[in-house]
Ligand binder design. Structure first.
Ligand SMILES: O=C(NCCCCc1cc2ccncc2s1)c1cc(-c2ccc(F)cc2)cc(O)c1O
Ligand SMILES: [Mg+2]
Length: 214
């Protein structure tokens, strides 16, 4: 039977990347996506912006919405201090199955909890079921029309505290117009746009970093 793109991406990682070395996993995926097949990872250009936001935030508790093959999961987890934790949500079980193997190959599985399900269902369970108080950093990279409702849901569930950082991928391409309008006009956020390009292309895209002001 035909393999899927995530399966071929995992194959490249298991063939070319060094076990336990997150940087070599990232490098292998970027090479695969540039030389073989495009895939919707945040990529190397936006990935550097992600890295700088993670390191400057120095988060203890991170939420990622949208795991896909685990590329940004590995990028974030590899920069976390020892006791820090990353919870990543994935809706698609096939993507989740691949992501678990990529995360383990990179050796960051002890910092990561991958949960399968829809963000709208799981966010209200974060405190009771996952023992989360608040998130220091949230990376939004799932359905683009869920960024705004899920941000409002996180506010309502008390998952954001003064200083929590929201970092949103794809605010230009595919685009998240209602989310951008909200975080840029709400008095509860201080927003900043980091201009970049859609992963592995010359198309404009960018990340929006929004600090929750409480
Ligand atoms: O859709 C994208 N990403 C979300 C996939 C949806 C996966 C989900 C995870 C989850 C977890 C919890 N609840 C609900 C959900 S839904 C996406 C698409 C493009 C793109 C850009 C130009 C193109 F021509 C074609 C695709 C680029 C990107 O960087 C993306 O992130
Ligand atoms: Mg994305």
């Amino acid at each position: 039977t035909q393999s899927t793109r995530p399966q071929r991406l995992l194959g490249a990682v298991q063939k070319k990347a060094t076990r336990g070395n997150p940087r070599s996993v990232i490098q292998t995926i970027d090479q695969f996506c540039r030389q073989r097949e495009w895939a919707m990872n945040v990529g190397d250009e936006k990935g550097c912006i992600l890295d700088s936001v993670v390191t400057e935030t120095n988060p203890t508790t991170v939420l990622e919405l949208g795991t896909y093959c685990g590329y940004s999961t590995v990028r974030i987890a590899s920069l976390l201090p020892p006791q820090a934790r990353l919870i990543t949500l994935e809706f698609n079980p096939d993507f989740a199955r691949i992501a678990r193997q990529v995360i383990t190959w990179a050796g960051v599985q002890d910092k990561v909890e991958l949960v399968e399900g829809a963000s709208g269902d799981l966010i209200p369970k974060m405190k009771a079921q996952f023992g989360v108080n608040t998130f220091d950093l949230v990376f939004l990279d799932h359905w683009k029309d869920r960024y705004l409702p899920d941000t409002k849901l996180m506010e309502e569930c008390g998952l954001l505290k003064k200083g929590s950082i929201l970092l949103a991928d794809n605010v230009i391409c595919p685009g998240t117009p209602d989310y951008l309008e909200y975080v840029r006009n709400s008095p509860r956020y201080q927003s900043q746009y980091f201009k970049s390009h859609l992963e592995y292309t010359k198309v404009e895209d960018g990340l929006e970093k929004s600090v929750f002001l409480g």
